[in-house]
Design a protein around this ligand. Structure first.
Ligand SMILES: Nc1ncnc2c1ncn2[C@@H]1O[C@H](COP(=O)(O)OP(=O)(O)OP(=O)(O)O)[C@@H](O)[C@H]1O
Ligand SMILES: [Mg+2]
Length: 246
């Protein structure tokens, strides 16, 4: 049984059709990226999987259970970081654990330090930069207890090197925690470097046009980015995306 299964999801806003017959699945412990043009419907799909929005038709299953329109079964981090302005950074990252009554402050402090946020534990969101907010909300979702994590472009506000650091960090945490991750990005390199599998979505209305299994061994190191093999995958996926944008 797949961990997550999306079946025939359709969604429109008024006349505008956003998702058209979207179906795919994620296996236990798998890292899957959704790659698609801007405005194609990726965040909308995430909101549906996270139970924030109902689809017009179709269903979302987690471990075989129908969770369509239900919140809380999946750890969902929206695209723009949604830290609570009245809580400190530390209180914000502990939110997901607090809800289930299992706070591990030591681990939270350790993660904040690894994400370069040491010294900001007691700071409020308005005192953080955009990238810092992204990192804090990302830590919150990693610390949440759910077995599937949805990440919607968590690194888009970071410079190239911080981004690489965070990608490495995400991979080390993922291998340590063994969760399933569904990741949205429009960065091809990022998708290849991180994923077991990449699902390419078409322009709006989004539908699955192609899937790629990424064969690189793990753990993956930064120098992978400079290999011929990596470039080969980049070209392949780039060509696929280019056709979509024509
Ligand atoms: N609440 C809403 N009401 C009306 N239209 C919406 C709403 N949310 C999204 N849309 C429309 O749905 C389409 C897809 O938006 P969505 O945010 O899912 O795209 P995306 O693929 O995540 O884009 P990006 O890569 O830029 O984040 C857009 O045309 C957008 O205008
Ligand atoms: Mg989006």
């Amino acid at each position: 049984m797949s961990h997550l299964k999306i079946e025939h999801i359709e969604k429109s806003y008024g006349e505008r059709s956003v998702l058209k017959d979207v179906s795919f699945s994620v296996q236990e412990g798998e890292f899957v990226s959704l790659l698609g043009p801007s405005g194609s419907g990726k965040s909308t799909l995430f909101r549906i999987i996270g139970g924030m929005t109902a689809p017009l038709s179709g269903a979302v299953y987690l471990e075989g259970e129908d969770i369509t329109g239900k919140r809380g079964s999946i750890s969902y981090t929206p695209q723009s970081p949604s830290l609570m302005p009245w809580r400190t950074t530390l209180q914000n990252v502990l939110l997901g654990q607090e809800i289930v009554g299992k706070k591990d402050e030591e681990k939270a402090r350790d993660m904040l330090e690894r994400a370069g946020l040491k010294g900001y534990e007691q700071a409020y969101p308005h005192e953080l930069s955009g990238g810092m907010k992204q990192r804090a909300s990302f830590i919150r979702s990693i610390l949440s207890p759910q077995s599937l994590i949805l990440l919607d472009e968590p690194f888009s506000a970071l410079d190239e090197f911080t981004r690489l650091d965070m990608q490495q960090w995400l991979l080390s945490i993922w291998s340590e925690y063994k969760r399933s991750i569904l990741f949205v990005t429009h960065n091809i390199e990022e998708a290849i470097f991180l994923s077991d599998r990449i699902i390419v979505l078409s322009d709006r209305p989004a539908t699955v046009v192609k899937e790629f299994n990424i064969p690189f061994d793990r753990p993956r190191r930064e120098d992978l980015l400079l290999t011929e093999e990596f470039l080969h995958w980049k070209k392949l996926i780039y060509q696929e995306m280019r056709v979509l944008n024509e």
